[in-house]
Design a protein. Sequence first.
Length: 331
Amino acid sequence: MLVAHPEGELYRRASEGPDLVPLAPINEVDLAAAWQLSRLVRKWRPAIVHAHDPHAVAMVSLGLSFGAPVPRPKVVASRRVDFHLQGNTFSQWKYRQVDGFIAASGAIRDILSHDGIPSGRIVVVHDGIDVEKIAHRPAADLHAEYWLPHGVPVMVNVGALVAHKGQRHLIDAMPMVLREVPDAHLVIFGEGELRAPLERQIEHLSLEKRVLLPGFREDVLSLMKSSDLFVMSSIAEGLGSAVLDAMAMGLAVVGTRAGGIPEVVVPGETGELVAPGDARTLAAAIVKLLKDPALRRAHGEAGRQRVASQFDVEHLVDGTLSAYRQLGVCG
């Protein structure tokens, strides 16, 4: 059974059926929604309840506190961000109800351990993507879409416009990139609270014609396919699913050594890694790859093979089932 918010993307993509149930909590202490979830659990009597984000952990914990079937279902929580667990009383209580954690990277596992979660309750399962689906997705003409001169090198960044994604450092790097690669362009896809400050930064650096902020695009994967380089400028990152997408389509990656990114990108093999927040070294890595098309192609092909062999959907599914067994929540 899948329980999801009726206005969310997951619910929309999951189609319909008796095993798809809408639940729309107002906040993470919505007792009415938790009561609805409690009734579902008592009716369906699952062996495992898997919460995929912190709000879901709250709903599950509250729901089970209203009464659970015997035996009580085991609670598994996915953790995909490399932020520390909140230290307030409610947060501590809800995470004590969790029998096991599935961390999307070793970096997240280490943070959970630092926050007091016993290592025996944590299993690392890297996120996986549908490599074949991405491979067969048609490419869109990025240059034509945004009226870019034919043949100019284009870098792409994908992520919410928030502080921990580090786009301001990427924009700071652009003047240094342009001194070496004068016709380079950067397209940053995403929306968020920092749009206005980033727009002001672009204007201050006179980069209006070289750095674009087109917002959120549902067809971003098709547009990425016609770019030359993917850049991940994060200050903090659980794993970096956008990096996996880029590698699956054969793009070389310049990333930071933040969170789980080094578990995906192999420096000198599938791309380059630099220190988070360092615009100068970020620019140098970008210039290195923009000036060497053969090296970009080699890194891109190696990245495609790495994702296909280690980060595909089958590995995610098998890893999740294995995690259930390691955590003792199923046979």
